[in-house]
Ligand binder design. Structure first.
Ligand code: ADP
Length: 548
């Protein structure tokens, strides 16, 4: 027997309709690519997004066509998202930090028809334009005053395009399972693969992430999404902020400590979200200039594991609460958040910190399990490492165009490629990417845990741990450290810093000081590149063994 409630397809255009109807005058503030701070409202963004939809139809865009964005977080980028998705076209976010070759591969694979670009990326886009045969139009997210038609032949001006378009355009009116957005994984192994979100999956993700134990934002919040819309959908904030009517502060291209700090203070931001490196830069800036934070209450940190020193600094020096989150492009992206549970809330601050540093608990809509290499379930005892598998209505079912084949196990779970533990309170902790894990004498060593401790050393700027071949133990950990500018250190200093904090047999066999620890396009340590750079490296302990 079916229920008898209304059929109201869960399409994301309804989220912006709601923002226009009930929070129409709430502000969206952007640091524009052209420079000045620009202010608009949900009502204005709604009207302009409708015009954009009309313009796209005039350009011949049909439902299902892919329209890409190569853009920073600004109000215009939000208009593009809603304008594209509202008419059933697919908004394909491109990550400008990828190499041009990878961008071309992704654009061709997606068969993008239109690309919206910020001025910043126009030169590189035009340089490779001939390699993108499916792209019919390039639209520059700017006004006539900043367009030089001679320099950008054939490119359309966004403001001119929407000014000439009709404000009347029907949104939605299609099946909620219609594709809404496409985002490619960064392809650290093989070619990037496309994750194709539906309106329904985005809508459900939005509802789930609004919960107090998840992002927990409200109409009274002012939210600064530093996390880019081009990487894992700005963790859904473009949708969830519209859904609750929070004021949005969009940082544009300036993500350095000083610029982020300026916006946090000048716009009275209460909530923000970003990867750990952004927060390290902000803390660095505040310490150097002896600055405080007047309104910020909560930050969500994810994308990479959050170092303990960062959580302590926010909590103890600035009175800001940190929520550690885990997710991936394939999970829309939020999968778990380390907010207190009924069991952990009574613990004192230090005991709570042990849980805050884990990646956290799944909200409703995310199922998790740990399995061994044979696919057998493993216990949730906080110590057994296993492959982390995930299932739910906003988790990938298959990649775009069937890349990678059948990606679900017999129970319908997706293999995240992460290795994790889950404790008795349900808190999941990532110990490694499966491909980065170190196996020493048959036992796993968590590179992430050692890195996060090492980076807590006051002299360290960045730290990475990789495995190096060892004749007896197969692999042993090597710690690579990039020091803070102008300081000196020694292997012994770092090893004694780690002593007592990790199991003795996890202690790195060597500490190598390097000028650079490379980060990939999504801000994570690029271990593949580090391993390539360290190809000729031999462990001192392995050498000793050879000569013995
Ligand atoms: P990519 O395209 O680089 O895979 P994603 O953002 O989709 O970009 O990356 C997801 C991966 O990032 C996860 O599978 C996990 O390995 C890592 N990750 C995300 N959040 C965390 C976290 N809080 N702690 C540790 N690793 C994380």
């Amino acid at each position: 027997m079916h229920g008898l409630m209304q059929d109201w397809p869960l399409t994301v255009d309804k989220i912006l309709d709601h923002a226009r109807n009930w929070h129409g005058d709430r502000e969206i503030v952007s640091r524009s690519v052209e420079g000045p701070i620009v202010r608009t409202t949900y009502a204005e963004v709604h009207g302009r997004a409708k015009r954009l939809s009309s313009a796209l139809k005039t350009l011949g865009v049909k439902p299902g066509d892919r329209c890409a964005t190569l853009a920073w977080n600004t109000a215009r980028h939000i208009e593009a998202w809603y304008g594209i998705m509202g008419i059933g076209a697919v908004c394909h976010t491109l990550n400008p930090r990828l190499f041009a070759e990878q961008l071309c591969y992704i654009i061709n694979h997606a068969e993008d028809r239109v690309i919206f670009t910020d001025l910043t990326f126009l030169p590189v886009l035009l340089e490779h334009r001939a390699k993108m045969p499916t792209v019919k139009h390039v639209v520059v997210l700017t006004d006539e005053a900043h367009m030089d038609p001679a320099a950008y032949p054939g490119a359309l001006c966004y403001e001119t395009l929407i000014a000439a378009a009709s404000p009347e355009c029907v949104w939605g009116d299609f099946d909620e399972n219609t594709a809404a957005a496409l985002c490619y994984t960064s392809g650290t192994t093989g070619n990037p693969k496309g994750v194709l979100y539906s309106h329904r999956s985005n809508f459900i993700h939005t509802l789930v992430t609004m919960g107090k134990d998840v992002m927990g934002i409200s109409a009274t919040d002012t939210v600064l999404p530093v996390v880019p819309m081009f990487h894992a959908n700005a963790w859904g904030l473009a949708f969830s902020c519209s859904a609750v009517g929070a004021k949005l502060v969009m940082p544009g291209q300036k993500l350095d400590g000083q610029s982020v700090y300026e916006l946090l203070e000048s716009e009275a931001v209460t909530f923000s979200a970003a990867v750990p490196t952004v927060w390290q830069m902000l803390l660095g800036h505040m310490r150097e200039n002896k600055l405080g934070l007047s309104t910020l209450k909560r930050v969500v940190i994810g994308g990479s594991a959050v170092p303990e020193a960062l959580v302590r600094a926010f909590r103890d020096d600035y009175g800001v609460s940190v929520t550690h989150a885990w997710g991936m492009t394939e999970t829309s992206p939020l999968g778990t958040l380390a907010t207190p549970s009924g069991k952990t809330m009574h613990l004192d601050d230090e005991a709570q910190l042990r849980f805050t540093l884990k990646q956290g608990r799944p909200p409703v809509g995310i199922e998790l399990k740990l399995v061994d290499d044979a696919g057998e379930r493993l216990p949730h005892d906080g110590t057994t490492f296993g492959r982390l598998m995930v299932k739910g209505p906003f988790v990938v079912g298959e990649y775009f165009k069937g890349d990678g084949g059948d990606i679900l196990d017999d129970e319908g779970f997706f293999d995240t490629g992460d290795v994790a533990t889950i404790d008795e309170h349900g808190f999941m902790q990532i110990t490694d990417r499966a491909k980065d894990v170190i196996k020493s004498g048959g036992e796993w060593i968590s590179t992430i845990e050692i890195e996060n401790l090492a980076v807590g050393h006051p002299k360290a700027a960045l730290a990475a741990v990789i495995g190096a071949a060892h004749p007896k133990w197969d692999e042993r950990p090597v710690l690579l450290v990039k020091l803070q500018p102008g300081v000196e250190s020694s292997k012994e200093e770092f090893l004694s810093f780690l002593e007592g904090k990790i199991a003795k047999w996890w202690t790195p066999d060597d500490v190598v000081f390097v000028d650079d620890i490379p980060l990939g396009a999504t801000g994570k340590i690029d271990k593949k590149l580090i391993r390539e750079r360290m190809k000729g490296y031999v462990l001192p302990t392995a050498k000793a063994k050879e000569t013995a």
